[in-house]
Design a protein around this ligand. Structure first.
Ligand SMILES: O=C(O)c1cc(=O)[nH]c(=O)n1[C@@H]1O[C@H](COP(=O)(O)O)[C@@H](O)[C@H]1O
Length: 224
């Protein structure tokens, strides 16, 4: 299989996204474009990144009533992303309708507990569970709803994988040993994430903010 590394092109600047993508493309498995890129550049921008020839992970983290989420996914149909995100917190009916609305071949994955949150953050929004327990609960719900997999931190992926053998597990919050966590609270090294069962790794700043993004991507790939 190709590299498990998806680079998060987190910028609203199309030229900058294309420049980084072009530099790293031989050492990564795909490109993730998220909210800031999509708001600024829309579907046309996504097509330009897709033209580089690697799979696209469209990270819109949709979270709304079922009809609105399903309609938004239908409106994205001709982009055919390899991976598309929604929030599991939208509930079972929303997840079912999202999956039904997605193009065949698109993996619809549900974000569980954002990697920028810890147990105290969950308590502050009224979730009386540790991140690990909450991820397991939401993973079960995502599997029941027919999603393809989930997004979770490296700390939870082994337990989630044990419960859901054929699930697709996306792990962000990935930092090479000693790397700056920034706003991430639940981080893991690339190697440990793969060993724990990650299907793909989402890596942004450790590659995109490096002086030489291609060298950074190569160095991370060499640890896998
Ligand atoms: O769905 C995601 O990709 C995601 C989920 C999550 O829980 N945490 C998380 O960081 N992400 C994304 O993963 C990327 C992480 O970027 P870096 O922290 O720069 O590596 C960003 O694009 C986030 O939007």
């Amino acid at each position: 299989m190709g590299s498990r590394i998806y680079v998060a092109l987190d910028t609203p600047e199309l030229a900058q996204a294309l420049s980084i993508a072009g530099r790293v493309r031989h050492h990564v498995g795909g490109f993730k474009v998220g909210l800031e890129f999509f708001v600024a550049n829309g579907a046309a921008g996504v097509r330009e990144v897709a033209a580089l020839g690697l799979p696209i992970f469209l990270d819109l983290k949709l979270h709304d009533i079922p009809n609105t989420v399903a309609s938004a996914i239908q409106a994205l149909h001709d982009l055919h992303p390899a991976v598309l995100t929604i929030h599991t917190a939208g509930g079972r009916a929303m997840m079912e309708d999202a999956k039904a609305a997605a193009p065949p071949g698109t993996k619809v994955v549900g974000v569980t507990v954002l990697t920028s949150l810890d147990g105290r953050d969950l308590a502050s929004i009224g979730v009386d569970a540790a991140p690990s327990a909450q991820v397991e609960r939401l993973a079960d719900l995502a599997a029941e709803a027919g999603l393809d997999g989930i997004v979770c931190s490296g700390a939870e992926v082994a337990a989630a994988h044990a419960r859901w053998k054929h699930g697709f597990f996306v792990v962000p919050g990935v930092r090479p040993a000693g790397g700056d966590a920034g706003d991430q609270k639940r981080v893991i090294t690339p190697r440990a994430a793969v060993d724990a069962g990650a299907s793909i790794l989402v890596i942004g700043r450790p590659i995109t903010k490096a002086e030489d993004p291609d060298a950074a991507a190569r160095a991370i790939a060499a640890t896998l």
